[in-house]
Design a protein around this ligand. Structure first.
Ligand SMILES: Cc1ncc(COP(=O)(O)O)c(C=O)c1O
Length: 477
């Protein structure tokens, strides 16, 4: 008989729908040889998206430093004799230069621990990226500080670090949007804190309102909760919504009034379609004295390098620990050092994300054409799925297309069933793996699903008619 043991109930009770029972069933079906389409998660390369050529050329040279010399020798050979190596594509000279520069700054390569917060040259590049993105030269906002940037294993670890510092016990509350990305609910639960929900307004394209924030805060305070922070996901997951600048200002006003930390999850800042633009919290914050943690990742955007686990958190206006002279950054550094360092390939992917080929560089044209093709294809696929919703009884999709997801409301379901049943049946009948809205939180009595609009176009075209047919049959009993 197996021994029994009392395990941490906070971990036992964790829920993480994005990898929950529906994806688990999909994995089982795949093992049985059934073809499934994993739209449960924003994992572009799992659905055939090609890595950006430049990123991988540089990375592979850094992984194998001897190749830098060899590739240079090949260029020299061709310069001497243009007919040499005919028919062979050489690695572009700028990729070789990038790799050589990285190796110069990181002579220990990818196999050695780095600083706990990540190599300084990468943090400096992130700071330059933030300053250029937010146009600090003209706005007069404070420049980003490389010592307030922590490189992490994806944004997930950065978020966990933030929550680790803020949550001590169940009286500590964190406001999160509903619907939300379940990293937040799961981590708050694991740390034994209190999740304080504020609801986004679906009919207003998932806008966040001051009233909803104030109501949620007052409700939590009335129960004795010490609310420490407000999480904002912009562009939104699962909603795809993009906050207008006025809403960002409203959140900052709210956080200032109530002395809250803002946790701005901005991992989808480059998943913009049509005329959409992104404004960061740091930009709107400017010189105001509100603590801001902003998160970014190599997993999303058009790069979609989820497996490389690159990400960072930037801290603005770090507070001092109550009753002491110790700073937030010192504690964060201590926390990061417990892990020794995050993975070095992730650091380098972050470096490339923020320091890409510039106009005039040999690789610039290919880089931009790959980027544009990925973003255009994502938008086209999202539009195709939206068109399919129009043929599904009672399916309504609010919000603009952003991030990598659509989050339609399933307005009609057979009595006694919920969105979990719907998504499970959809998987069984079509192989399409989505996530039920209840996995993200939603207004009681409403039903949704989240689909990542990532499958290759031909697969999508094949599955959409089957989904429409399934839907209309299922909801009409
Ligand atoms: C809103 C949001 N934040 C954070 C993450 C975590 O990303 P990663 O840890 O891969 O950087 C995700 C992943 O899907 C996400 O959707």
């Amino acid at each position: 008989m197996s021994p029994t043991m009392k395990l941490n109930p906070n971990v036992i009770d964790l829920e993480y729908a994005v990898r929950g029972p529906i994806p688990q069933r999909a994995a089982e079906m795949a093992r049985e040889g059934v073809r499934t389409i994993p739209c449960n998660i924003g994992n572009p390369q799992a659905l055939g998206q090609k890595p950006l050529t430049f990123f991988r050329q540089v990375l592979s040279l850094v992984e194998e430093p001897d190749r830098v010399r060899r590739e240079r020798a090949l260029h020299a050979l061709r310069a001497e004799n243009p007919a040499a190596l005919a028919g062979h594509d050489l690695v572009p000279a700028d990729a070789i230069d990038y790799a050589a520069e990285i190796l110069d700054k990181l002579p220990t390569g990818t196999g050695a621990y780095t600083e706990s917060n990540g190599p300084r040259f990468v943090r400096e590049a992130v700071a330059r990226f933030i300053d250029a993105r937010d146009d600090v030269a003209t706005t007069g906002a404070p420049a980003s500080d490389p010592d307030a940037i922590f490189l992490t294993n994806g944004a997930s670890e950065a978020v966990r670090h933030g929550l680790d510092l803020l949550i001590g016990d169940k009286r500590d509350g964190i406001m999160i949007p509903i619907p939300q990305y379940p990293l937040y609910s799961a981590t708050i639960h694991k740390l034994g804190g209190t999740q304080v929900d504020y609801y986004l307004s679906e009919e207003d394209d998932w806008a966040m309102t001051r009233e909803a924030m104030e109501t949620s805060l007052a409700g939590a305070q009335a129960k004795g909760i010490d609310v420490k922070a407000i999480v904002v996901i912009n562009p939104g997951n699962p909603t795809g919504s993009i906050l207008p600048d006025e809403s960002i200002r409203e959140v900052i006003d709210f956080a200032e009034k109530h002395s809250l930390v803002i946790m701005a999850d901005e991992v989808y800042q480059e998943n913009l379609y049509g005329d959409a633009t992104f404004t960061s919290f740091a930009r709107v914050l400017g010189n105001r004295d509100v603590t801001l943690l902003s998160f970014h990742s190599t997993s999303k955007g058009f790069y979609g390098e989820c497996g490389k686990r690159g990400g960072y958190v930037e801290v603005r206006n770090p507070p001092k620990v109550e009753g002491s002279d110790v700073g937030f950054i010192d504690i964060l550094l201590k926390l990061a050092s417990v892990n020794l360092c995050s993975n070095v390939v992730g650091h380098l992917m972050t470096y490339l994300m923020v320091n890409r080929p510039k106009e005039g560089d040999e690789s610039h044209a290919l880089f931009t054409s790959e980027r544009d093709a990925i973003i255009e294809a994502l938008e086209t696929k999202a539009n195709r799925i939206r068109e399919a919703f129009a043929q599904m009884d009672g399916m309504e999709c609010y919000g603009r297309t952003g991030a990598m997801y659509l989050f339609p409301r399933i307005g009609k379901l057979p009595a006694g069933t919920g969105d979990f049943d719907y998504c499970m049946a959809l998987l069984e009948k079509t192989g399409l793996c989505t996530v039920n809205g209840s996995g993200f939180g939603q207004v009681d009595g409403t039903h949704h699903l989240r689909i990542a609009f990532l499958p290759p176009t031909d697969l999508l075209e094949e599955v959409l008619p089957r989904w429409i047919e399934f839907h209309n049959r299922y909801v009409n009993g």
